[in-house]
Design a protein around this ligand. Structure first.
Ligand code: SF4
Length: 362
């Protein structure tokens, strides 16, 4: 029987998702419905459903948007041809691409302009990968696995570099990069890690959590890359883990013989969904709910200039206390959540260098 919940921290919304969600909210305020959004603004079913109810229309392609309408581009970024196509259709485009994805796009352009062949470590079919490859389609080769890294044959070996998707497993990516470095010792990389601070910190938080839990529940949607990676981190260390959109997907069979359940959420999942999971367990008699202590991420990305100017929004300082959430149904928490100290048991130690990341504003 479950006696205790322990919440990971940090978890949930990252600065890029907060910004993207706020962009759609501002666009709806400014333009009124319908506002078109290319692909899911962030990979979370609740967020998308909530925006649909408020007048957003999600489309797969800019070709589906009526001429002259407002189109928001998702946080995952798009290839330059999408911008060009939107311009040719006279769409009013608002770009919600996360600045950390834009950074990877800029690296791709910079290396390609210098004649480099680039390996992009990432997952085929993910929107971010499609957008990044679109920056230099003739210069980028996709590498998904260590096996890919072992067999890939670039057209030249004089100028090679690698970049990565922002939401990968830190450990798996390290292994793939090690193969590339062994095969191509001169390979270059960007100065700063491409896997983003939010992905890294959430994986580290899960590793800390694993020391004292029997089961991990990750709140996030199936198509959320960083949420899936959190499940994998737990399973790779021998802890059973499940990805759930919300509390309705918890299966009783998972909880048999389980005393302590860890809960975390992917970077695109609103914390209200975690609070609903907490409430679900409280209704079943769990009174002990703790949260790991963690340093604040204190990351904030400004809205696009045009949107700020038009909405005359007030400036929001870094580290603001209020989280914007598209999913409006926040479950009340009837008991305070206790903070667990940083010295919480670490039965499965994290690898060296697992300190939390922060990120400067951009
Ligand atoms: S997960 Fe990272 S790259 Fe993706 S939106 Fe959040 S901060 Fe940006």
């Amino acid at each position: 029987m479950v006696k205790r919940l322990v919440l990971a921290s940090p978890r949930g919304y990252c600065a890029g998702v907060e910004r993207a969600v706020e962009i759609v909210e501002r666009a709806l305020e400014l333009h009124g419905p319908p506002v078109y959004v290319r692909k899911q603004i962030v990979h979370n079913a609740h967020v998308v459903r909530d925006f649909e109810q408020r007048g957003a229309i999600f489309v797969e392609s800019e070709d589906e948007v009526p001429h002259g309408a407002t189109l928001v581009l998702s946080a995952h970024g798009v290839a330059p041809r999408v911008h060009a196509n939107a311009r040719s259709r006279k769409l009013e485009t608002i770009d919600a691409t996360c600045p950390l994805v834009s950074k990877v796009h800029a690296e791709a352009r910079r290396f390609a302009a210098r004649g480099f062949t680039l390996f992009l470590v990432g997952h085929a079919g993910h929107e971010e990968v499609e957008g990044t490859m679109g920056e230099a389609p003739d210069s980028i080769l996709l590498v998904e696995t260590c096996a890919d890294a072992e067999r890939i044959q670039p057209p030249q070996t004089e100028r090679l570099a690698y970049i990565t998707q922002t939401t990968l497993s830190v450990d798996d990516t390290r292994e793939i990069v090690d193969v590339l470095r062994r095969r191509f010792p001169e390979i270059q990389a960007s100065k700063k890690e491409d896997i983003c601070y939010a992905t890294t910190n959430r994986q580290r938080a899960v590793k800390r959590l694993l020391g004292g839990i029997d089961l991990l529940l990750v709140v996030g949607s199936r198509n959320s890359s960083n949420s899936n990676r959190l499940v994998e981190v737990a399973r790779a260390r021998g802890v059973d883990a499940h990805l759930i959109d919300d509390e309705s997907q918890i299966e009783d069979a998972w909880l048999e013989g389980i005393e302590t359940v860890g809960v975390t959420s992917g970077a695109s999942a609103p914390d209200s969904l975690v609070q609903r999971v907490v409430a679900w367990f409280r209704e079943r008699g769990v009174t002990e709910v703790d949260e790991l202590e963690a340093p604040s991420e204190n990351v904030f990305f400004a809205l696009p200039v045009a949107l700020r100017a038009r909405s005359k929004m007030r400036a929001v300082p870094p580290g603001r206390a209020v989280r914007r959430e598209a999913a409006s149904s926040v479950a009340p928490v009837s008991h305070p959540i206790r903070a667990l100290p940083a010295s919480w048991p670490r039965i499965r130690p994290s690898p060296p260098g697992d300190e939390p990341h922060s990120e400067t504003n951009s």
